[in-house]
Design a protein around this ligand. Structure first.
Ligand code: HEM
Ligand code: NAG
Ligand code: NAG
Length: 544
């Protein structure tokens, strides 16, 4: 108690100073945007409490691709889906835009001081250590591992379906996809069998299952205030706040952190000696252990970073892919024509490779399937599971714009000066449905747009795949995107080749829950976390 009063006093002073700084610098106050609902929370409740993309789409339609939002205490933020501005922030400017300190703190609790958390030179070092493990050839090499995991999932489903009276079962997609991708990342990155598919009670599988939902989902107004208030706390104290603040939201993250660090440590202990003296290959675990032993500061990871890296990979690499796969299966259930067409292509390709004497798909077989490719891109466009990314300007800067903006004072500007520290919310959903790029029907799910020339316009190309922001862009783009694509291809080929998916009454009431990642929940049962029940039956054999 004795310490609390000066602590709060100091924090308030620091917050006041930050407020004072704000009124004395370049201002974006004249950029058009929605009226804030209150001084304390601005527009953030609507942004964080509505379904993923809902507020983005509404404001994008009303104000365009650069929108001024209000944050707590009247602070101005930018919500951006403008291609040129995003190209500048993510691809051109290197480290001149950083992550937001308060968001980094949350990410530290969830996955530690690994690559997702690191900034500038530290980030460069983390990325340098990891990159060789995520190259195209490395990712493609995992095709057979992923397809074996998918086949195992298929076997489980067949057993369940075989024992049901009408030869079909209602299965909850996220619970299966989440465990299957946890097993996949365990084996691919760490050569370790988590066994989550075998055992629904697997502790790690269960801990990760609703981690994003529990930590970042269904935010109350005070959660939103608190997460943003962290931005006003001086750097050294912010960490204390995040570590010790009693908060239901952070409790799950803290306990998963302990569990995952324990698992990572046990894994490293059992393998490091062998890996260190093995014949240097590029699997991720070997890269990490060698970096811990490296003498060169530019490629060195200390032990805390090594463990954080493993936790980061488990988290970044599994819930993202799992939720994407769930959204893909939902779109297939909604669009039976797309599903049938995809199944035809999968089966025809299987016949071709069997005729050539192969039993397994290679990554090049996946890439040679135009409809699969179009379906994957269209699903990633409509359902970008990493909903938003957050940045701030490291210095006073000027954002280039694709289209002029008319300010509230009637001035037409073609570029936007922003002050040092300006916070930016990147609307990945908004960008992915930008009509100038994807056409007037940008809100419609239609894989065919990728199949005809001119379907996608590339005015200011940004992003690593298909001109989408789904995996972000530039030096901090998703390191695992190639890995994710091969994994999604492998699971789709196995599951859609072998099963038919159809809607259930609950699947007609799916919400795109905003929980840092986009999680499917059922309207009226949101508190139960991720759910997406689809009816699954074994696809008939004769039909190709
Ligand atoms: C569909 C699946 C995935 C999506 C949509 C996705 C999306 C993203 C996005 C948007 C970022 C940028 C975050 C930011 O800047 O704030 C990111 C970063 C990252 N992703 Fe992914 N990701 C996916 C799968 C994966 C997989 C499979 C792995 C690893 C095996 C992975 C590992 C990472 C890592 C390590 C980073 C941090 C990169 C850095 O800061 O340099 N992701 N991802
Ligand atoms: C970052 O900003 C500095 C200072 O304005 C500038 O010299 C540098 O070129 C910028 N870096 C990039 C990659 O644009
Ligand atoms: C990482 O490096 C430290 C310092 O050299 C060493 O004590 C530790 O055992 C290493 N950890 C692993 C898992 O190799």
């Amino acid at each position: 108690m004795g310490l609390l009063i000066p602590f709060i006093g100091f924090t308030l002073l620091a917050a006041l100073y930050k407020l004072y700084q704000r009124v004395t610098r370049i201002s974006i106050a004249r950029v058009p945007g929605p009226e804030p609902e209150s001084f304390l929370l601005g527009n953030l409740p609507e942004y964080f409490q509505s379904q993923a993309g809902e507020a983005d789409f509404k404001w994008q339609a009303e104000y365009g691709d650069v929108v001024r939002l209000k944050a707590p205490f009247g602070e101005d933020r930018l919500l951006i889906s403008d291609p040129k501005a995003l190209q500048y922030v993510y691809q051109t400017s290197g480290y001149n835009f950083s992550k937001q300190p308060e968001r980094r703190e949350l990410s530290r609790v969830v996955s530690g001081r690994g690559i997702l958390w690191a900034e500038a030179d530290d980030h460069k070092r983390h990325r340098k250590v990891m990159l060789p493990g995520f190259s195209g050839p490395e990712a493609k090499g995992f095709a057979s591992l992923f397809s074996a995991k998918a086949a195992k999932l298929g076997e489980k489903w067949k057993d369940i379906i075989a024992s049901s009276p009408d030869q079909s079962s209602v299965l909850d997609m996220p619970s299966w996809t989440s465990r299957a991708t946890l097993d996949a990342i365990g084996e691919a990155a760490f050569d370790y069998e988590f066994g989550a598919m075998e055992n629904a009670d697997n502790a790690l599988g269960k801990a990760y299952m609703n981690l994003p939902f529990d930590t970042f989902g269904t935010l109350t107004r005070s959660d939103i205030f608190l997460q943003n208030f962290l931005g006003y706390i001086p750097d050294g104290m912010r960490e204390l706040f995040v570590d010790y603040l009693p908060s239901k939201k952070l409790t799950h993250a803290r306990s998963t952190a302990k569990l995952a660090t324990g698992v990572a440590r046990a894994l490293v202990d059992s393998k490091s000696a062998a890996l260190l003296h093995g014949k240097g290959n590029k699997d991720i675990m070997t890269l990490l252990v060698k970096a811990n032993a490296s003498e060169d500061e530019k490629t060195q990871l200390n032990e805390e970073e090594l463990l954080a890296q493993m936790r980061t990979l488990i988290l970044a690499g599994h819930e993202t892919t799992a939720n994407t796969l769930s959204w893909m299966l939902l779109e297939l259930a909604r669009h039976t024509d797309v599903q049938t067409k995809l199944r035809h292509e999968i089966r025809a390709t299987r016949q071709t490779l069997q005729a050539r004497g192969d039993v397994e798909f290679k990554s090049s077989d996946y890439d040679a399937m135009p409809y699969l490719t179009a379906f994957v891109k269209e699903s990633l466009r409509i359902h970008p599971v990493a909903i938003t990314t957050f940045r701030q300007a490291v210095k006073d800067d000027v954002l280039p714009l694709s289209k002029p903006i008319t300010t509230t004072s009637g001035e037409v500007i073609t570029e936007l000066p922003i002050p040092k520290g300006q916070k930016i919310i990147t609307s990945i959903n908004g960008y992915n449905r930008n009509k100038d790029i994807f056409g007037e029907d940008a809100h419609v799910f239609d894989p065919n747009r990728w199949l005809h020339a001119g379907g996608i316009k590339k005015a200011a190309p940004v992003g690593v795949l298909g001109n989408l922001m789904t995996f972000a862009a530039g030096i901090r783009s998703c390191i695992g995107w190639k890995f994710a694509v091969v994994e999604l291809q492998a699971f789709l080929v196995e599951l859609v080749g072998g099963f038919e998916f159809s809607l259930t009454p609950d699947a007609m009431r799916i919400r795109r829950e905003s929980a840092l990642v986009m999680v499917p929940t059922i309207e009226g049962q949101v508190e139960k976390g991720a759910q997406l029940p689809l009816r699954v039956r074994v696809a008939s054999r004769e039909e190709i």
